[in-house]
Design a protein around this ligand. Structure first.
Ligand code: ADP
Length: 491
């Protein structure tokens, strides 16, 4: 039974949470979903590891009674963890930080260390222990990605028969199916499963010598979501399912897609805290002013009228940077265009952008790294925004771009397909330029189409207005999660 009728109590497990820790979209979703559930009157409690990069003193984090130096044995390993309570900055959401320096005091959130699976099995177990110890009876246990995907399995064991979890239903959200948390079967003892529950493990994987964390979440969660309706269909196919398509298809209607929302407190050109000038659909002069200042800041020497294409991305194969290898030099050579890129990742992509800067002096800027302020500047100053992703579960920057009057040029996949509509000049409908094929010529076509539209001021203004009037707010998306929670819990 939930404390408030119609408002299921939610235990949210996330390996990263904005603004405490972030490498990608999961952090934004966890932070925003918690914030809006809390604002809607739900008892939502967020659990996340206390990484070395999180400033516990600034958060005012305090030990939770009965949860100091709790022993945890996983296979041959013995850990001690403590739980610190705080509230999420900018929201009053209770957040529980799992403190275990042996596991989380590393140089980055995620590692390639041999105990990576143990870091997140320990996190999951510690969070479940914290619910028991504090008497928190969640109606919904919402886990995210491979890191916490063993939680539904644990609730099928004796742990799940504990009073606090007796009525708990589980949701797994897949933010990125490309990361599955695979580790050797020889390390099965690290799960600390009672022998009687070992049958719950995926036997074919075990026989093949591996354990796949995400697969167990798919097998045992009461509901599975991914972060866009199109991606929910895509991951049931071999092209996008990354080997998990058969398990996903087998879950049938338990799988659905809920598009991520945008935190417009952070991402709105009318009040963006990173920008010295603000603008909105009625005051686009501010955008032109920001572009002028941005060109100067980044030492781009193109005239302000020359279209500027922005890129903010992890530089990984998923993001379709290969297509830019072919298309960008061609289009830059053929027509007036400037490019501002920000991103870090694989060396070959960083080298490509560095090479583009040298090949087109004064027309291309590239910052290798992660830079929040610069990402806001690029959104505001650019005319177009490029996301030619190979796959994109949801994607956030295309939705930010719409709000900033920056026309997204995207491939028709996942959340890009669900949030950007190809512009039709005849009817004046649509919000961006959308291409289908994952190849260089398709991106080149899309860039040419966008630049042709940009040369027609009335069409461009219509396209910008259409995008700026879209609403991808979390208020709306949270309602979809609440509807799912209610269906599952009967609350
Ligand atoms: P993914 O989670 O696959 O990286 P999303 O589009 O869902 O992709 O989320 C990416 C988030 O990370 C966005 O908020 C984006 O602005 C931000 N981001 C990505 N790379 C950088 C960077 N180099 N600097 C600043 N922000 C970045």
């Amino acid at each position: 039974m939930s404390a408030s009728p119609g408002k299921p109590a939610v235990c949210l497990l996330a390996s990263e949470v904005a603004p405490l820790s972030k490498t990608g979209g999961l952090a934004d979703v966890a932070g925003a979903l918690a914030k809006y559930l809390h604002a809607g009157g739900h008892d939502v409690r967020l659990f996340t590891p206390l990484y070395a990069s999180i400033d516990r003193a600034a958060l005012g984090a305090r030990p939770v009674a009965g949860l100091t130096d709790v022993p945890l044995v996983l296979g041959q390993q013995r850990y001690e963890f403590s739980v610190l309570g705080a509230t999420l900055p900018g929201a009053a959401v209770p957040v529980y930080l799992i403190d275990c320096p042996a596991l989380y005091a590393r140089a980055s959130l995620y590692t390639a260390d041999p105990d990576e699976h143990l870091r997140f099995i320990a996190f999951t177990r510690a969070a479940l222990t914290a619910c028991q110890q504090t008497g928190f009876r969640p109606d919904i246990l919402h886990c995210n990605d491979w890191h916490t995907a063993f939680a539904p399995l644990y609730l099928r064991t004796g742990l799940g028969r504990d009073g606090v979890f007796a009525a708990t239903r589980t949701v797994l959200t897949i933010h990125n199916i490309g990361y599955q948390g695979i580790f050797p079967a020889a390390e099965v003892a690290d799960l600390a499963l009672p022998p009687a529950d070992a049958y719950l493990l995926h036997q074919a994987d075990l026989a093949a010598g591996r354990i796949n964390a995400l697969r167990h979440g798919i097998l045992y969660a009461d509901a599975i979501t991914t972060v866009s309706p199109t991606h929910a269909h895509e991951i049931c196919t071999p092209e996008y399912g990354m080997g998990l398509e058969a398990d996903l298809r087998a879950r049938g209607a338990a799988l659905s897609g809920i598009l991520n929302g945008v935190d417009y407190d952070e991402w709105d050109p009318r009040r963006d805290r990173f920008l010295p000038v603000h603008y909105g659909p009625q005051r686009l002069a501010g955008k032109a002013e920001l572009k002028r200042r941005f060109l100067a800041r980044t030492r781009l020497t193109t005239a302000p009228e020359v279209p500027l294409a922005g890129i903010v991305s992890r530089l990984a194969a998923q993001k379709g940077i290969e297509l830019m290898f072919e298309a960008l030099p061609k289009v830059l050579a053929a027509r007036p265009l400037a490019v501002a890129a920000l991103g870090s990742g694989e060396a070959k992509y960083e080298q490509f952008f560095a090479g583009l800067v040298s090949a087109f002096p004064g027309r291309v800027s590239f910052e290798a790294g992660y830079d929040e302020a610069q990402s806001h500047w690029i959104e505001a100053a650019s005319d177009l925004f490029l996301m030619p992703s190979r796959y994109e579960p949801c994607g956030l920057n295309q939705m930010y771009s719409l709000r900033y009057g920056t026309v997204p040029v995207v491939r028709r996949t996942g959340g890009l397909a669900d949030s950007v509509e190809h512009y039709d000049a005849a009817s004046g409908r649509g919000t961006g330029v959308v291409f289908n094929d994952f190849d260089g010529p398709a991106l080149e076509w899309a860039l040419d189409t966008a630049l042709d539209l940009n040369a027609q001021p009335a069409q461009w203004a219509q396209l910008q207005r259409n995008g700026m009037s879209q609403d991808f707010s979390w208020e709306r998306r949270t309602g979809e999660y609440v509807a799912l929670y209610r269906r599952l819990s009967g609350a």
